[in-house]
Design a protein around this ligand. Sequence first.
Ligand code: ADP
Length: 430
Amino acid sequence: MTQEKRRVRSVGEEMALTVSDNRIPESLIVQKIADYSLTDGVDVFIFSPDGTLRAGAAVQPEKLQSLYESVNAKTGEWEDGKKAEFTSRDGNKTTFNYAACVRLRGQEPCKLLVRYPVSHIAEAINQIKIYVLIVSLAAFLIAFFISYSLANKLSGPIRNISGTAKKLAAGDYDVQFNSAEYAEIATLSDTLNYMKDEIKKSDQFQKELLANVSHDLKTPLTMIKAYASMIQEISGDDPEKRAKHLQVIIDEADRLTGLVNDILSTSKITAGLDQLNKKVFNLTELLYGVINKFSYLQETQGYNIMVDVESNLYTLADEEQIYQVIYNLVSNAVNYTGEDKTVYVSLKFSAEEQRIKFAVRDTGKGIAEDELAHIWDRYYRSKDSHLRPVKGTGLGLNIVKVILQKHAFNFGVNTKQGEGSTFYVDFPSA
Ligand code: ADP
């Protein structure tokens, strides 16, 4: 309310000045009164001392008298500069008034009355309330429809995805998660498709492994049983034959142990259960240790391992795991080398690269372009079943990869069809 009172006062003071200014023509004063009435809802009246209206807002003539009396009641006898502020009530309508004694254009004494009926404000507030109500209702409806259609658009694809996921859970790996127009859902679909592909691959891997392993377990077991029966029935008394047959049993048992160890270390490595236990050790000695393991092949089957190795090269790594890496690479080279049954192993320090460079080369068929990408995968084995002296499971290179990646060592293979392959690893020098 104080704001309205201030408004009345400021209009009153301004009008008192305007009215008293003899430079302002009466027509302009009339204009100003009309403007206030129209735009601000503020009514201005100028009365002569005898009660006649000199200028003023539109009002019913019968009300004029009471307006004039209300001014007189508050200002009394005309006295230059006298003024009064008061509030009048008419029913539920409150009016703020400003009354003052002025000289019209600096001469004729007059009484000025400025009125600001509050019902105008109330009406305006009511109007605003209605607008606000309409606007908020409209906003609410719009928001409702937008969220409803958004929710529908979002939940549709999500329902779709969850349906597909249920099929996937039931074992159908050929399902496809459909992308939707929303980037987030499209990304979710892509991720789920990727996940599905990985699950499918892993499922295939498991099945292949099971097939491989059961085959690889069956063969030595059959051999062990056959040779044991042979010893029991035939060769038991012949020391020479018996020794030979027993050797077969021992070899086959070794293969079984190797196979089981491979499977164990793969699952351990991929599950991240084994920690890197790094220390400085003599890599040259470790390499000779691996080569010695193959001496039986050199003696019994005419294999050659040609060695070009610098002595006393030390590196920092997990010795046990590096042993496995070198063993797997050398045994692959022995397995896949050519007719000459020769494998070349080298271990040298490169001053330029500050690295110990290990390489093992065979003279075999090499690796086909399309197989090259897969040889490091779990359970991968080339299709042609190669006759080899050391039994493998298709896990060897995967174990090599996981171990070397964990060490962050550079490794790889260079291969040429028909000429053989060279697997290499770069070790840090310690
Ligand atoms: P595997 O037990 O079958 O040897 P690996 O993981 O050691 O399993 O090797 C995976 C595949 O990579 C092999 O089946 C073979 O096809 C190929 N491979 C590995 N080493 C050689 C090599 N020196 N020469 C040719 N092919 C190789």
